[in-house]
Design a binder for this molecule. Sequence first.
Ligand SMILES: [Zn+2]
Length: 178
Amino acid sequence: MVPPTQKLPWPQVLLNNMKTLVDLLLLGDPRLYEKCEPVLQTELPLLADWVADMDNVMREIRAKYNFGRAIAAPQLGIMKRLIYMNIDRPIVFINPEFTWLSDEKFELWDDCMSFPNLLVKVARHKKLTINYLDENWQAQEWHMQDDLAELLQHEYDHLEGILCISRAVDPKGFKWRL
Ligand SMILES: [Zn+2]
């Protein structure tokens, strides 16, 4: 069971035009294969709206499909290097970069909100270090492993225009989820 998401720590505005499930880009949309642009510091005033959109769509995905720990901005057509994660608290990753990836990898069945019924067997680095800017434009560094590490690798791929279907370990590494 997915735990309920926590409220965002910063003010939410723009309720009328908030993005919903119908705005989520689905497999086949060419924008999912585009590389995203860095977020500029001058764009920081837009962040609250972007995150509110991502939070709202992730809540709808969880309600419908019972999965979803994070979402990348390009999945909503926001072609920016921005990831929103909410597992036990909301976290934004602005312009994230991996500064270290372990040689050790592990395999898992990956899923994606942009093709919610398809599972893809992929290999991900077991541990990594991610550097990013937070919502206050402060530099952050986080060492993570296992579940979090594979999650951030999946979301980072979205910023590069890469979907997990391109990383299937072999041609039979696909499974339909009922
Ligand atoms: Zn995805």
